[in-house]
Design a protein around this ligand. Structure first.
Ligand code: IPE
Ligand code: MG
Length: 256
């Protein structure tokens, strides 16, 4: 009975949310897996296992709202410095997930895109990522973008190199460098800018995540750890976003 009431309440919130303008692109820095586990006296990898379950549960919820893109920051270029056991666990899980996705890529009901540096020393993983990026574009209305071995600065360096090369080869004039060109040379090419950036666990940092793409994003820092980020927490983030007054550097209507 209690569960039923809770479900009805969530459905009411869902219906209210979809009536209002939604963020087209949500970016999430998943944080707090380790602390979630520690609080329960469990090893850190158990926190990651719980975090992966959360990822799987939240994808269909975001898709159902009609959001176009969800980018999840699951592994940063700096995360390699964690203990071997933890890195190995995360790499093995990533490979399992990518393999599972590939085996039914056409039935997923969404596009998959993996952005970041290709982990060169991990051949199997690199191959899976390449295949997913080739086969994952199914022209669906929802895109799941996974930031894996990702860092915004390496991404910007790579874009700068591409542009520099075009100029050197005589294909581009320096004066023609504009925002669109930079957009087109990022891993996120073709995706809309981030409207809502969420970081769980109470940390208020960007940590090298989509620096260019979050220029006008609304930032939201819920205190809960990622493995606790359920449908209600997702709705709370969007309800909060829908109350914000986005001005993009202009003045608000009420101030005119
Ligand atoms: C986020 O949780 C998951 C990854 C970056 C892979 P953390 O592992 O950073 O959890 P805390 O910050 O130690 O609690
Ligand atoms: Mg952390």
């Amino acid at each position: 009975m209690f569960n039923n009431t809770k479900k009805k309440h969530l459905e009411k919130r869902y219906l209210n949310i979809i009536k209002k303008p939604l963020p087209k692109h949500i970016g999430i820095i998943l944080d707090g897996n380790g602390r979630w586990a520690k609080k329960r006296g469990l090893p850190r990898i158990m926190g990651h296992a719980a975090g992966i379950k959360r990822i799987e549960a939240i994808i269909p919820e975001v898709k159902r709202l009609g959001v176009e893109v969800l980018t999840l920051f699951v592994f940063s270029t700096e995360n390699w410095d964690r203990p071997d056991e933890e890195v190995n666990f995360l790499m093995n899980e990533a490979e399992k997930i990518y393999t599972r996705m590939l085996s039914r890529v056409k039935e997923l009901g969404y596009n998959v895109r993996i952005i970041g540096e290709v982990p060169k020393e991990k051949h199997e993983l690199a191959t899976k990522i390449k295949e997913l990026n080739e086969l994952g574009n199914n022209e669906e209305s929802f895109t799941l973008c996974i930031a894996f071995n990702y860092g915004s600065r390496p991404e910007l360096i790579q874009a700068t190199k591409n542009i520099g090369k075009m100029i050197k080869d005589g294909l581009l004039d320096v004066e023609d460098i504009n925002e669109q060109l930079i957009d087109d040379n990022l891993y996120t090419k073709g995706l809309p800018p981030v409207d809502l950036m969420i970081r769980t666990s109470g940390e208020m940092r960007i940590s090298n995540f989509l620096l260019w793409q979050i220029s006008y994003a609304e930032l939201y820092f819920p205190k809960i750890y990622w493995p606790d980020f359920d449908c209600s927490a997702l709705y709370e983030a969007i309800e909060n976003y829908q109350k914000r007054n986005r001005r993009f550097g202009k003045i608000g209507e009420e101030d005119a």
